[in-house]
Ligand binder design. Structure first.
Ligand code: IMP
Ligand code: MG
Length: 176
């Protein structure tokens, strides 16, 4: 399929936003046992930058889910592929996700973690596509709201490509 890639959010704008989010999160979680859970693989770059904006010790863990993404559409079925290596009971947990699209992935993870009785549970998403939501879920911390466009870079992929772009770009598919 033919497509064009165009920069949407610059490396500098992402840096500034991550700093800003880090400051707010640091203020909200001061003196709390914060556990940040990155959702693999899309959030690895975001969580790596975000934790370094927090001036106190933060624990990090990861979860991997598959949302059966078919090209650029998620099917709504979520499956756990890799589980946490650390208990969450009694901890202040922040889920760190690359993007909330339909909301199915984050809803599945939130419901799963709530069963383990954390002290608190919030969601931080770098990107939010509110127009695509099919479940009632909202991130507590959001970097940027974007339109209904497929994006890559800074951790996000298209068919396993472009995760390492330092900025975020849109992919525009050409009509056949
Ligand atoms: P959901 O539809 O909110 O469940 O999102 C599922 C997953 O699809 C996200 O965690 C991303 O990994 C991926 N995804 C959704 N929108 C995009 C996009 O625009 N670019 C790349 N990946 C995306
Ligand atoms: Mg993801």
């Amino acid at each position: 399929m033919n497509y064009q890639i165009q920069e949407l959010i610059s490396e500098q704008a992402i840096k500034e936003k991550v700093k800003e989010l880090g400051k707010i999160i640091a203020k909200d979680y001061e003196n709390k046992p914060l556990l940040m859970i990155g959702i693999l693989k899309g959030s690895v770059i975001f969580i790596s930058d975000l934790v370094r904006e927090i001036p106190f010790s933060v624990d990090i863990s990861f979860l991997m889910v598959s949302s059966y993404i078919n090209d650029t559409k998620s099917s709504g079925t979520v499956r756990l592929l890799y589980d946490l290596d650390t208990p969450v009971t009694g901890k202040d947990v922040l889920i760190v996700e690359d993007i909330v699209d339909s909301g199915n992935t984050v809803k599945y993870i939130k419901d799963m973690l709530l069963l383990k009785q954390p002290n608190s549970l919030k969601i931080c998403a770098l990107l939010d596509k509110p127009s695509r939501r099919v479940t009632e879920i909202k991130a507590d911390y959001i970097g940027f709201q974007i339109n209904d466009e497929f994006v890559v870079g800074y951790g996000l992929d298209y068919s396993s490509k472009y995760r390492n772009l330092p900025h975020i770009a849109t992919i525009n598919f050409e009509e056949e």
